[in-house]
Design a binder for this molecule. Structure first.
Ligand code: NDP
Length: 314
């Protein structure tokens, strides 16, 4: 068996591995760098603690229609923890209980911990974002004016984290109204007096033409859209047409420089891609499964990504 094969539901049904197993489920999953960084961290832990020698992390290609069956099988086969990636984070939210309090407003789970009768759900994306923003720019979500682009699974975790950490204001911009409306409704209970508003990109353009749209200056821009995964994508927001931002964080990490980050660099605005977020959300997930503090494994995970086969996906 190669170090990191793509496994299927059939492999899961026949699973008989005796050691502690962890898994990431996605559709597609071939691009996932999670096995690379988690297995590097587990190998490093095993050097000083034999308890980790039998821990391994596997990736499974699971269609959304098979998610419930896969989660049941993973539990039966004694997997200790699961990561969920596109498109399972929101779907799984309705299938696991209990949900960690911090993950509830996000309406999405990316990390599951085995309990006797089922899975406990967590969302470590927000922690990953906050930690990566601090590392990249030396600034906190707390007290920042945030302009968050997107309203999908990643935006949900990011938006909830911004409010939970008490950002100064949260300005959501999205392509379509439906997802934006759902996200605004989900955030309402945790708004806690923080100014929150949502506009579609076309509403923003119309507002700019009339009132100027009133976006805050010195804001932290966070791209949580999938626009930028392709070289030909236009930046989701024209940075030169809004009050000058303080920094631009793009959750995308492959390609390492998106059109939005290129535009930020042209304008002399500090920018960062999403590799740090990937590392820190992963280190936090491993902390949930193993009890080892995230700060202890993050540098091994980052080194594995930098040395590894090279980023292959988003
Ligand atoms: P979803 O599919 O749930 O959401 C996609 C979002 O992107 C939606 O808001 C969608 O708008 C918007 N969008 C898609 N295409 C365009 C476009 N051409 N122009 C403008 N907006 C567009 O995906 P996720 O939220 O799970 O992931 C979003 C991105 O974040 C991905 O690139 C992913 O790789 C990255 N990510 C990075 C992580 C990290 O650790 N660094 C962790 C998680 C995600 P609409 O609502 O209108 O459809």
């Amino acid at each position: 068996m190669s170090a990191d094969p793509v496994l299927t539901l059939a492999d899961l049904a026949n699973w008989s591995r005796p050691g502690t197993s962890l898994a990431v489920l996605g559709h597609p999953i071939g691009h996932s760098l999670s096995p690379l960084m988690h297995n590097a961290a587990l190998a490093e832990l095993a050097r000083t603690d034999a308890a980790f020698e039998a821990w391994r992390y596997f990736r499974f290609e699971i269609h959304p229609d098979d998610l419930t069956r896969a989660l049941t099988l993973l539990h039966t086969k004694n997997f200790r923890g699961v990561n969920l990636t596109v498109p399972h984070k929101i779907i799984a939210f309705g299938h696991v209980a209990p949900i960690d309090a911090a993950a509830r407003p996000a309406g999405a789970v990316n990390t599951l911990l085995r309990e006797e009768h089922g899975w406990r759900g967590f969302n470590t994306d927000g922690y990953g974002l906050a930690t990566a923003v601090r590392e990249a720019f030396g600034r906190e979500l707390t007290g920042s004016h945030v302009i968050l682009l997107g309203a999908g699974g990643a935006a949900r975790g990011g938006a909830a984290e911004c409010l939970q950490r008490r950002c100064a204001s949260l300005n959501l911009l999205n392509r379509t109204r439906d997802n934006l409306g759902r996200l605004l409704a989900a955030l309402a209970p945790i708004q806690g007096g923080i100014p929150v508003r949502g506009l579609t990109f076309s509403e923003l353009a119309a507002a700019k033409a009339t009132t100027g749209a009133d976006l805050p200056a010195e804001a932290l821009i966070i791209n949580a859209t999938s626009s930028g995964l392709l070289e030909a994508d236009e930046p989701p927001l024209e940075l030169a047409e809004i009050p000058r931002p303080a920094a631009v964080f793009d959750m995308i990490y492959n390609p390492p420089q998106t059109p939005l980050l290129r535009r930020a660099a042209d304008l002399g605005i500090p920018g960062s891609n999403g590799l740090g977020m990937l590392v820190h959300q992963g280190a936090k997930a491993l902390e949930i499964w193993s009890g080892v503090p995230a700060a202890q494994t993050a540098s091994t995970m980052a080194a594995a990504l930098h040395a590894g086969p090279g980023p292959r996906g988003g």
